[in-house]
Design a protein around this ligand. Structure first.
Ligand SMILES: [Zn+2]
Length: 179
């Protein structure tokens, strides 16, 4: 993540490069099993500047938000109906949308804003891994407005998309996921 700082046009410009991880789940999430303390330990071991946790519709780790040495933990959430997943930070309450509620994503983009938060369209090109029964979770509604940004690369999405054969999956397990 680059942060640009300039005093005014034509003046000195400073660039800061921060290494971190955005969008992952802990054991506060229905699909996570790693305690936040273990995640923080791993982040510090790898000298990350920041980590931005996004458990599914949960702010259970919010009390742990803060600095751990030189690593900053920011606790957000992922709003995740069947499609149109949205990660949000700075909200005061979890936003839960039933998987098949049929609610337009504009409604939860607006709710995040109403709570004073910011939000990002999540893994918009997610294709899943049909061979391994991993569902696809793309963003489908491009009529929306008011979001802060969008994820343009997602490790899990790319890795799952690469699982096009059993041998590829096996090789990936031994030579990529072990790092
Ligand atoms: Zn998601």
């Amino acid at each position: 993540m680059y942060v640009l700082s300039s005093q005014c046009a034509g003046q000195s410009v400073m660039l800061y490069d921060y290494a971190g991880c955005i969008h992952f789940h802990s054991d506060h999430s229905f699909d996570g099993f790693i305690p936040v303390s273990d995640i923080i330990r791993a982040a510090r071991k790898n000298a990350l500047d920041f980590i931005m946790l996004t458990d599914h519709s949960s702010l259970g780790a919010k009390p742990m938000e803060g600095w751990y040495g030189n690593t900053l933990l920011i606790v957000g959430q992922e709003i995740s109906p069947r499609f149109n997943h949205y990660i949000a930070f700075g909200t005061s309450r979890p936003v839960f949308v039933e998987e098949d509620a049929g609610l337009l994503p504009q409604s939860y983009i607006d709710e995040v804003k109403r709570q004073g938060g910011i939000g990002f369209i999540s893994h918009p090109d997610h294709r899943g891994a049909p061979m391994f029964h991993v569902k696809h979770y793309p963003w489908l509604d491009w009529s929306v407005s008011g979001f802060t940004g969008m994820g343009i690369w997602d490790f899990m999405t790319d890795w799952q998309s690469s699982l096009t054969g059993r041998m590829k999956a096996l090789m990936s397990f031994f030579f990529q996921c072990s790092c």
